[in-house]
Design a protein around this ligand. Structure first.
Ligand SMILES: Nc1ncnc2c1ncn2[C@@H]1O[C@H](COP(=O)(O)OP(=O)(O)OP(=O)(O)O)[C@@H](O)[C@H]1O
Ligand SMILES: [Mg+2]
Length: 461
């Protein structure tokens, strides 16, 4: 027998809560109540309900805020039905846009509500089954798309090294699929049932990276309050993936070298050696040979890592793969309209075949995704194609720019306004000046877009 389905009822109004509780229980559901917006997230964490019924207007933390937070906390696989007072459909629409599954207006018929709840749960079950099937049946190798001889060579290399315990260095420009390949090696190895642990070496400072990798004893540095296991230990009997290893400091490189040579290390702040059985896969979009010649990368570590190298070709060297990659991403991003895969016109495909793809497959993926959004349910034409270029080459990275602006003494308000203006200009550009499309892209109403354009003096082109 299946367990009772659990419904979380969130409303500050006691009478609504008891009404729904007794009704749903009589219909065979389990129920829990939350009497304020703040109680919702903890209740979800604790009980993992099948569906949440939530009033949008609650004092303190309102329903919309709860929806935002659920999204941030990756709880958006739990469907939410919102309740709103009759005549406030704009809030209800806003709620849907923020991720609510459906809404009912108060006052409601209990039978209608019951139907909505059942439909929502069915839908959720289906979505989960599809996801589970996807995750178990699909070999990560299947996700690597490409038939050209350059890619055939990559598959051969993966096949050759996967079942050995050899250290592998995966190289290639940004967006060529290094992370996919690293995953494919692990999941086709004898360690596949062991852990697969990723470490983004570039995004951590030296101290933090070392404590991430090797763990630390309490008190070994200022913010180390508790003793913690490092990623090498967590990856015992499995694989550790050191991403962007070219960014690692010379100090940390030295420690890593020792781990590779001796298969043991100590936690930061400890003298007790720890033995590990971990396979190492590293990736970089830099030329490590060049880094060695510049004195930024240790030569001995380079040779250790480079036992087996898999070099991924840039997309411009395997353009014959563009059509199947496009097809693949059309399938992936069609999920908004599950029963009709978006189509692409000959002309649009030609545009894609003419471009040189500095951002490689990642850029192609982004272009296809955007084109689907811009084209909505129509055929994708050249007007829907936007190229973003390689990451980091321009100063397009907003977050870095922001740090500079703060340092330069700009006020928060000015930074926000400038960002807002740029976002609006970008959206208008993307939409070729079509304002409804630009508004949709930004998730705001058209009227709001007009007001902002006015405020910032953005010309109506
Ligand atoms: N051959 C491929 N087939 C299908 N998808 C791919 C392929 N190569 C890359 N992708 C997709 O492109 C995106 C970027 O890939 P990935 O993160 O592996 O690149 P990367 O080489 O690690 O880039 P970076 O150096 O910027 O970290 C991912 O969404 C990935 O799924
Ligand atoms: Mg990567």
């Amino acid at each position: 027998m299946e367990d009772k389905r659990l419904v979380l009822i969130a409303d500050d109004d006691q009478s609504i809560r008891s009404l729904l509780t007794s009704f749903l229980e009589s219909e065979g559901f389990g129920t829990i109540e939350a009497k304020s917006g703040r109680d919702v997230i903890p209740a979800i964490t604790k009980t993992r309900p099948d569906v949440v019924i939530m009033d949008l207007r609650m004092p303190g933390m309102g329903g919309l805020d709860v929806l935002d937070q659920m999204k941030r906390m990756k709880m958006d696989d739990i469907p939410v039905l919102t309740m709103t007072a009759y005549g406030t459909s704009n809030v209800a629409i806003e709620a849907i846009q923020r991720g609510a599954y459906d809404y009912v207006t108060k006052p409601f018929e209990l039978d209608d509500l019951l139907m909505t709840v059942k439909r929502t749960i069915d839908h959720r079950d289906l979505a989960r089954r599809v996801k589970a099937v996807d995750e178990t049946i699909r070999d990560p190798l299947d996700k690597i798309i490409g038939n050209t001889s350059a890619m055939q060579q990559v598959y051969k290399n993966i096949g050759r090294v996967a079942r050995t315990d050899a250290t592998v260095l995966v190289t290639g420009e940004s967006g060529t699929g290094k992370e996919l390949v690293a995953g494919a090696i692990h999941f086709n190895s004898n360690r596949r049932s062991g852990p697969y642990v990723k470490v983004p070496c570039a995004s951590l400072t030296e101290t933090l990276l070392e404590s991430e990798l090797f763990g630390h004893e309490a008190g070994s540095f200022t913010s180390a309050v508790k003793t913690r296991k490092g990623r090498f230990e967590m990856a015992d009997k499995g694989t550790i993936f050191l991403d962007e290893i070219g960014e690692m400091s010379l100090n940390t490189q030295k420690k890593l070298l020792r781990v590779l040579q001796e298969r043991e290390f100590e936690r930061v702040g400890s003298n007790t050696p720890i033995k590990i059985d971990t396979r190492v896969i590293a990736a970089t979009n830099r030329s490590l040979a060049h880094e060695v010649s510049e004195g930024r990368f240790r030569e001995d570590l380079y040779y250790r890592l480079n036992v087996i190298a898999i070099d991924l070709p840039p997309l411009r060297d395997r353009m014959d793969d563009v059509p199947i990659l496009v097809e693949h991403f059309l399938q992936i991003y069609r999920s908004d309209a599950p029963d009709n895969t978006p189509r692409i016109s000959e002309e649009a495909l030609e545009e894609l075949m003419k471009y040189n793809w500095p951002g490689n497959v990642r850029e192609l993926e982004n272009s296809v995704h955007r084109a689907i959004i811009l084209a909505r349910d129509e055929v994708i034409t050249p007007a829907h194609i936007v190229f973003t270029g390689a990451p980091g080459k321009s100063n397009g990275d907003a977050s870095d720019g922001v740090a500079d602006k703060v340092a330069a003494g700009m006020s928060l308000k000015d930074i926000v306004m400038e960002t807002e203006r740029k976002a609006i200009e970008a959206a208008l550009h993307l939409a070729n000046g079509n304002r409804s499309q630009a508004a949709k892209q930004l998730g705001i109403y058209r009227r709001m877009l007009y007001a902002k354009m006015n405020e910032y003096g953005i010309a109506e082109s």
